[in-house]
Ligand binder design. Structure first.
Ligand SMILES: [Zn+2]
Ligand SMILES: [Zn+2]
Length: 289
């Protein structure tokens, strides 16, 4: 029995470590940050603040790794539940007649559309306590793309599985789309002021995403797209602006950038506080009646 559980755990951790996102993106991000820091292109890339934030991100990543079996089980249950609903979907055979590159692009656009709405849901009062962990980084760099609470990972997977089950896209093309999207997601977090001129509507740039992280009320809840800013233009959340030199992180709200334990507990603390306020509000109203 223990042997079987051990086998499953081994499978889950092997999946995680051989996940292209973990290996390829980590290598890519480390290389770019070292080049930025050592060549002096971006002196702050290797500053104490940057390192402290990065260590915190690694600690969150390690916690997510420890919780990987939970993610695996919940995802499997969700997948089974969704299949049991018998929602009509495109037959995977359909894609055999379509050039692979077209299918991969469709998978990428579909994933990005899902990511936009998932991100939008995370910027609502209910979702924010989970997503605040990502925004807590006061020194946004490529590693910030890994600073994600385990509950956000679960929500993203639920959105993603629903769409892909519906589209019936072959798993290997889904994996291709996932690697491209992950590399791009690391790129938009780099500490460089790059934008894409005439292509700003099509491909998100680091400048576009740095405004999303800016601690500035006018920028809150803007530039939600991961990859295709056209979603923001279509749905009214686009913010076009010049270089971003605004502070980042949530220090103003008393949220630490460098305490991984507090960050992992943050959603539960914030939801608890909201529930307490709502309940005491009810009692106050009841007393007045
Ligand atoms: Zn966000
Ligand atoms: Zn981000």
């Amino acid at each position: 029995m223990i042997g079987e559980a051990g086998q499953i755990l081994l499978f889950i951790y092997r999946e995680f470590f051989s996940d292209p996102k973990t290996l390829i993106v980590m290598g890519f991000v480390s290389t770019v940050i070292l080049v930025l820091g050592l060549t002096g292109i971006e002196k702050r890339a290797l500053s104490r603040e940057a390192l402290m934030n990065t260590f915190t991100t690694f600690a969150i990543l390690a916690a997510n790794l420890a919780l990987a079996p939970l993610v695996f089980l919940v995802t499997r249950q969700f997948q089974a539940g969704y299949q049991a609903l018998g929602i009509p979907s495109i037959d995977p055979v359909f894609w055999s007649g379509v050039p692979w590159i077209v299918t991969a692009v469709i998978a990428l656009i579909g994933k990005d559309f899902c990511d936009y709405w998932c991100h939008r849901a995370l910027h609502t009062p209910l979702g924010w306590p989970v997503h605040a962990v990502h925004h807590s980084d006061s020194h946004v760099n490529g590693f910030t793309s890994f600073r994600v609470h385990v509950l956000e990972l679960l929500l993203m997977k639920a959105f993603y599985i629903t769409l892909l089950s519906w589209l019936g896209i072959p798993p290997e093309l889904v994996a291709t789309a996932y690697i491209v999207a992950s590399l791009h997601n690391a790129y938009v977090h780099f500490e460089v002021d790059i934008d894409h001129g005439r292509l700003n509507w099509l491909i998100a740039s680091p400048r576009f995403h740095r405004w999303h992280h800016a601690d500035l009320p006018e920028a809150y809840g803007k530039n939600l797209a991961n990859m295709i800013p056209a979603w923001d233009m279509l749905f009214g959340t686009y913010r076009a602006a010049g270089p971003c030199h605004e502070p980042m992180g949530l220090a103003k709200d008393g949220i630490s950038a460098t305490d991984p334990a507090k960050l992992m507990l943050l959603p539960f603390v914030m939801w608890g506080r909201s529930a307490k306020t709502a309940i005491s509000g009810l009692f106050t109203r009841a007393r007045r009646v």
